[in-house]
Ligand binder design. Structure first.
Ligand code: ME8
Length: 516
């Protein structure tokens, strides 16, 4: 792979102050899908995820639970690591910000920002949201009738007054605006980009970069009593993960990151603070930051008090891993908010997977097993309808690739499932079961064409449903080294006469458990 183009992709790192929820799972699944797509498309991919363990929020939760912050982080970080495993994520590393490698990296970033003259000591007085781990300007907060002041993300803010190191963010306003202008793809989707541009145009204030009232964080070098503001060290995980500050590390070749996948609530940190820190430290900025939307359970925001937090582990146990992966990526346009419910998951799984793709594969492969000695059929002369469906399948790669390169995962899946639908109509229209007696050669052609379309769909849907698609490809006797995108189109056509294993259903129907 040494000649392959590198592709570095990351998720946000989660706060392990609680157990993982569906929002975390959604981000991991989507990022894994994007990573797998690039890998199958021939890139050398590095995929990083992990946990963000410092800060006041972690410390407060730990105190409530009677634990040290480190013990809380150890316990919950393990659960996040387990989650990405259960979700089938292909991450290359799992970073924890409490690790020594990360302390070293963050201190070096800090040192470089000091060297640039961008860090100075002053005192901070203003509003802080522990839940968001964010400083807000007075105008962004609101005193509500309940007597509590809230920040823009509906979380309580508290007044903070202490000595602090500051970062000269105000000095980066013009450079950031020029950067957004010169790199129109830096922030996606466009809606988020527009928000960030207008936020920066309103003017940037210097950023408080350290705290003195608690010590659960990375100590400021030569800054007695100060620990770094948690977002400084959180963002730095992306460079620690590829070897920083050791710029001779072979992993450092992955920087700058091609893509940071994050939720929309943390866009400001990633598209304003992060590039400014990197510019100050003389490190290249990431190529793109894409913010996905929020998931809601039947339209309500998930919260422990409402009791609608869905555990990703039980979701996978109930519906199956590939079913869960498919559902979220197909149902929710990536970049927008989305809803989920039991009914919506069951409807998708049964319609798109069990009926449309599953039945098509099962029916065509069973006919091949029964009538053609379980061998890939012989392809006769092509009728226009055969050519049309093959051309549609051959064309999917370009469509999917263009969509996936813009993180429009739902658009890629939409195109693939349009082809699944058309292949079903083709199969029903050609009625190979009726051709068995009247025109067996024509039956073979129709079965060949159907199987070949399924091959391409299975290859292209692998990033979303790795295990199921691989089982489909096993049934088509597609060699392990013929499952990348290089095998799409005419280059990888099924070879007539190849023996096939006994067909087995890959996408079971979800059947409601009826009360006894
Ligand atoms: O923000 N739907 O951590 P986090 C979709 N540690 N995505 C959601 C979601 C929901 N309901 N709730 C959260 C942090 N997310 C920081 C990140 S990165 C250097 C530091 C997303 O555990 C959220 O937007 O609160 C974020 O991208 C990720 O889950 C982790 O959230």
């Amino acid at each position: 792979m040494s000649g392959a183009q590198k592709f570095y992709i990351t998720t946000a790192i989660s706060y392990p102050n609680g157990v993982p929820h569906i929002g975390h799972a959604y981000e991991a699944i989507a990022t894994d899908t994007l990573a797998r797509f690039q890998r199958l498309d021939g890139r050398e991919v590095y995929f990083l995820t992990g946990t963000d363990e410092h800060g006041q929020k972690m410390l407060q939760t730990a105190r409530r639970e009677g634990l040290t912050a480190q013990a809380l982080a150890d316990r919950n970080s393990a659960r996040f690591r387990e989650m990405v495993g259960v979700l089938g994520c292909s991450n290359d590393d799992f970073i924890r910000t409490s690790e020594p490698r990360h302390h070293a990296s963050t201190k070096e970033l800090w040192r470089r920002m000091v060297e640039s003259g961008d860090i100075y000591k002053d005192s901070y007085a203003g509003w802080y949201s522990v839940r968001d781990e964010a400083y807000y300007q007075e105008g962004e907060t609101e005193l509500r009738p309940d007597g509590v002041r809230y920040g823009p993300q509906n979380t309580p803010v508290e007044w903070v007054e202490e000595e602090s190191y500051f970062f000269r963010l105000s000095a980066y306003q013009e450079r950031l605006l020029a950067h957004y202008e010169a790199n129109p793809d830096f922030i996606g989707p466009d809606e988020r980009r527009n928000e960030v541009v207008s936020f920066v145009k309103r003017g940037l204030k210097d950023l408080s970069m350290s705290r003195t009232t608690f010590d659960w964080g990375i100590p400021v070098p030569a800054g007695a009593g100060h620990v770094m503001y948690v977002w400084v060290d959180a963002l730095t995980n992306y460079i620690t993960g590829v070897g920083f500050p050791d710029e001779t590390s072979p992993l450092w070749g992955f920087w700058p990151a091609d893509l940071h996948i994050i939720g929309k609530d943390i866009t400001r940190f990633h598209t304003v603070y992060w590039p400014a820190f990197l510019m100050s430290a003389g490190i290249p900025t990431p190529k793109r930051v894409f913010a996905h939307g929020f998931l809601f359970n039947r339209g309500e925001k998930m919260s422990k008090s409402v009791g609608n937090v869905i555990d990703p582990f039980s979701l996978v146990e109930t519906y199956g891993l590939d079913q869960v992966r498919y559902f979220f990526l197909r149902e929710v346009p990536f970049g927008q908010d989305g809803n989920y419910s039991h009914e919506a998951i069951v409807a998708r799984v049964n319609a798109d997977l069990a009926n449309d793709l599953g039945n098509l594969a099962q029916r065509s492969l069973s006919m091949i097993a029964k009538n053609l000695e379980a061998k890939v059929p012989v392809l006769g002369a092509l009728a226009p309808q055969d050519e049309a469906i093959l051309a549609q399948a051959d064309g999917l790669y370009e469509v999917a690739r263009a969509a996936m390169n813009r993180q429009e995962i739902h658009v890629a899946l939409g195109a693939i499932w349009t082809c699944v639908g058309d292949a079903n109509r083709y199969f029903a229209g050609e009625a190979p079961w009726a051709l068995k007696k009247t025109d067996p050669a024509r039956m073979e052609t129709v079965l060949y064409v159907t199987a070949e379309v399924i091959r391409q769909i299975a290859i292209l849907a692998q990033p979303v449903m790795p295990a199921s698609c691989n089982r489909l490809l096993d049934q088509l006797a597609v060699a392990a080294d013929a499952r990348s995108f290089a095998a799409l189109g005419p280059a990888g056509r099924l070879v007539p006469g190849t023996p096939l294993p006994a067909p087995q259903g890959v996408f079971p129907r979800y059947v409601e458990e009826t009360a006894a």
